[in-house]
Design a protein around this ligand. Structure first.
Ligand code: ZN
Length: 490
């Protein structure tokens, strides 16, 4: 996910000119003890063993690069140590009793009724952040989610009536995983500025930050929690949003303000719907948030994380939460990447049979992404998603799968995510006959722009038309910071 530097000042170009986020806050960096060094070395040996076990040739190549066979940029990075940040002394874990957590889960309003004719696809136009010219201040396309939805709608796969609208996660919902201290910290705009990596946010009144920045993220978080339950009921679900994998229950970062994956699993565990879960994190960045949260629960939560080893967050402490770690180098391309994902996913599912697979399907692995710095083609992304769904669904006892969209920072990401979801549909890896039947009886989606429906241009591109979507579009056109601020003050 995310712009994924601790703050803008922490982001620096490497020798290839790629912006690489490196956390440099020395006050938070714990002393690396010799015991931890030993553990880390042992961990590295274990990774190599794991890969060798599964695919000797691929891992042998990987080992060669790790030993210095990479590019000049890689070699320069070799000397850098991962962060081995320990738990801060002032941080307190969420000490609420199981009973209190259970009460919060039972009282939630997130689990809205879902009709049989609705796809287990969750989205709200309010996911999109149309605010302060985010596009100019941040590499993240804050209207990406609306573009994915509109494309799927324009193509006739879904309609407003057949998709599920989530509720915003309340404080009580968030406290199922988050600490009160962390939630309270978001009442300071400066904290949110650090998490979202948009410094001007620090100067805004917090009520504006809550409404314009955090509410969309709380909605997406509610969407992930709801979609997780839907996946258990329907066999699959997609939240067109979420995947805030750098946020743990105690700390946000890298544009991730809420730990939606942790929360979704805590809800499912508390409801007794699952006992064992697997997180497959294929965003280009390490998923240090959920890794920190489930570090003590490796028996029940298995994490398979494939990420660029050279970029943010390089969270050595969080790596202890990973069951199967696949660290890749800059600009890995389709063939090698796909082999690594397939062999490790197969091995993971041989080792551990989960009740649910949470798939963090970040697209910042796409070639050209300024932050992910990998080289996977658009076809490769589609093939990857298809392969993951096949692994989960084409088996004797299919594993319920929840996909969240996570990071991806280029203008064409939305189009590729939509194409990939459509591909899953065409290949019947995601189905909802009731929704298709319902849609067949309805008038086709109008091609004339209206206040409620999208239009499709001759070229097939979808034009946003709802107010929210238009706002997202305005953002993508780069509405300036000060004009946005003026409009807020009106
Ligand atoms: Zn990412």
């Amino acid at each position: 996910m995310a712009a994924e530097g601790a703050s803008l000042s922490d982001v620096r170009p490497d020798c290839d000119g790629i912006m690489t986020g490196i956390k440099v806050d020395q006050s938070e960096k714990a002393e690396t003890e010799s015991l931890e060094d030993e553990e880390r070395k042992g961990e590295k040996r274990k990774i190599l063993d794991v890969q060798c076990d599964q695919d000797g040739q691929t891992s042998a190549q990987g080992e060669e690069r790790r030993l210095g066979g990479g590019t000049a940029a890689e070699e320069m990075m070799e000397g850098e140590e991962d962060e081995e940040e320990e738990e801060g002394e002032t941080e307190q874990p969420n000490t609420d009793s199981d009973e209190v957590i259970k009460e919060r889960v039972q009282k939630t309003k997130l689990f809205v009724p879902v009709e049989p004719h609705q796809w287990p696809i969750v989205y709200s136009p309010d996911y999109n952040i149309s605010f302060l010219g985010f596009e100019k201040l941040h590499p993240f396309d804050s209207g990406k989610w609306g573009k994915v939805y509109n494309t799927l709608k324009g193509e006739g796969m879904i309609r407003d009536e057949t998709t599920v609208r989530p509720q915003e996660a309340s404080d009580d919902d968030l406290l199922v995983a988050h600490t009160k201290k962390y939630i309270n910290s978001l009442k300071w705009s400066i904290s949110v500025a650090g998490i979202t990596e948009v410094p001007p946010v620090a100067f805004l009144p917090n009520f504006i930050v809550q409404r314009k920045v955090l509410r969309p993220l709380r909605l997406q978080t509610g969407g992930t929690i709801l979609a997780a339950k839907l996946a258990m009921e329907r066999g699959w679900a997609i939240n067109i949003g979420g995947g805030f994998h750098h946020c743990s229950s105690k700390r946000g970062g890298g544009f991730c303000a809420y730990a939606d994956i942790t929360l979704a699993l805590r809800f499912l565990f508390t409801l007794g719907l699952v006992h064992k879960a697997m997180i497959l994190d294929l965003d280009a960045h390490q998923g240090n948030g959920h890794e920190r949260d489930f570090m003590q629960q490796r028996d029940s939560v298995y994490i398979l994380d494939v990420y660029n080893r050279h970029i943010y967050p390089r969270d050595g402490y969080a790596k202890r939460g990973i069951s199967r770690k696949v660290e890749v180098n800059y600009f890995i391309a389709d063939e090698e990447y796909m082999t690594l994902v397939a062999s490790n996913l197969e091995a993971a599912l041989n080792e551990f049979v989960p009740d649910i697979l949470i798939y963090n399907a970040g697209t910042d692995s796409l070639e050209g992404d300024p932050l992910g710095a990998l080289s996977i083609s658009a076809q490769g992304i589609m093939k990857r998603d298809m392969m993951v769904f096949e692994f989960a669904r084409d088996r004797k006892k299919p594993i319920p799968i929840l996909m969240v969209t996570s990071g991806g920072y280029q203008r064409n990401n939305a189009e590729i995510i939509a194409a990939s979801i459509r591909n899953l549909w065409r290949r019947k890896l995601v189905t909802c006959p009731e929704a298709e039947e319902f849609q067949a009886k309805m008038a086709p989606v109008s091609t004339t722009p209206s206040s409620q429906q999208p239009s499709t241009s001759q070229a097939g591109a979808t034009t946003p038309s709802t107010t929210e979507e238009t706002n997202a579009n305005e953002t993508s056109q780069g509405r300036g910071f000060f004009s946005s601020l003026r409009s807020l003050c009106k």
